[in-house]
Design a protein around this ligand. Sequence first.
Ligand SMILES: Nc1ncnc2c1ncn2[C@@H]1O[C@H](COP(=O)(O)OP(=O)(O)OP(=O)(O)O)[C@@H](O)[C@H]1O
Ligand SMILES: [Mg+2]
Length: 473
Amino acid sequence: MFLQSFRSAERPPSGHAEPALPTETVEADFQRLKTGIHRELLDSLDLSRITGLSDEELREDIRHLAEGMLRSRNRKLPAIDEDRLVDELIAESFGLGPLEPYMQDPDVTDILVNGPHEVYVERLGRLQETNTVFADEEHLLQIIQRVAARVGRRIDEHSPMVDARLADGSRVNAIIAPLALEGPVLSIRRFGHRPLQVSDLLVRGSICPEMLKLIEAAVEGRINVLISGGTGAGKTTFLNNVSRFIPAGERLVTIEDSAELKLQRKHVVKLETRPKSAEGTAEVAQRDLVRNALRMRPDRIILGEVRGSEALDMLQAMNTGHEGSLTTIHANDTRDALSRLEVMVSMAGFDLPVAVTRRYIASAITLVIHLARLKGGVRRVTRISEITALDSGEYVIQDLFGFQQTGIDDRGIARGHFYATGNRPQFARRLADIGIDLPTELFAARQLTPDSAVGPLSYTAAAEGTIALEDHI
Ligand SMILES: Nc1ncnc2c1ncn2[C@@H]1O[C@H](COP(=O)(O)OP(=O)(O)OP(=O)(O)O)[C@@H](O)[C@H]1O
Ligand SMILES: [Mg+2]
């Protein structure tokens, strides 16, 4: 509300004597005024006293000080903007400054700052530019430094990149000069909001019930699954949901660069890598953690994303007693995922002949599920492939399900339908042996869903809990 009051200032707010300024200039002026007051405030606040104050008392203290500083600058703000000033000063001192309103907005999933004057947010799958600006580079840098400091890291020209996690679980990356050429860049992936559930994925048309039934059976039956997709395609979200199909009582070890997985179950050991720090503590890479995990008697290992040499250790785990392990990979399609795995295995430095690497991959990975982010921000499972064998050094792959895009609707959202290819997975026999039956009809070649463009708009139905998974399967 405060934001709107200042932003809608095409005309100056009452009591504001200056001539009309374009919205952006008014906003920049406000930010500059605030930054000046903030710097002065930091000098006058007794920081040691703050921890003992209630929110209300802190607010009153800051309001009192800010009023004095406005008076000394001969500035008078309308009450509503003064309220906003106090709010933002608190956010500046203890939060993310001008980004704080987006941190409070449950619909915002990404906040992307390209230098002090360009802030984008993603809402319900759509990226939008905002009017939010920082006073200057220094202001943005200050906020980045505070985020880094909170997790005991430093960001400066000697160490110009940092990854951190906020108290609400959001993932933050910052990169500054000399690596970032046009001002500090800050990227926040929010996880504070309610993560998407299986029913949300169904409602949004990201997957269809038939695919889900196959995946549920495969995960329960300890088939090794690789989830592939591009940046932001929904791999982690999908992994989270797929992990729920693992029967209760199994011991899971999760390994991530930045802990994002939220497995709501017991008996999960969560491990996170550690980058090399400026103070000289050694790096602990995913590879070290995968190896360590093998000594922790896990039933399954869940690797957030395979990126490098740990691919070899992960494949080894999948081949030797930890079947049913899961991971994700950045790739363009299910076949591309396998080529990328080969490259990653070669990073382990053993000079394995390609034929050996492929044998390794083909015997470890059985199911590859590819996700894509299509036009309009919708995410779809676009292909599910089974690797059945290796023949003369080439993978034998059969597709089980797919998504056929047929066009773009008038909202700019990709439309199309899911289909079954008619191939029955070879692992169905293995599953039947352990009592998990997959009906043959499930795989009969046919179009599975009507041609439609279920977009983010139908999300509310899921949020209200009107759709349950059981209704679909
Ligand atoms: N099926 C979906 N429909 C709409 N939005 C989704 C869907 N899945 C994930 N998202 C949203 O997309 C964003 C990215 O999701 P997620 O982190 O799972 O992707 P990712 O592929 O793991 O990304 P990265 O490549 O950065 O690791 C999140 O904000 C998430 O809420
Ligand atoms: Mg991810």
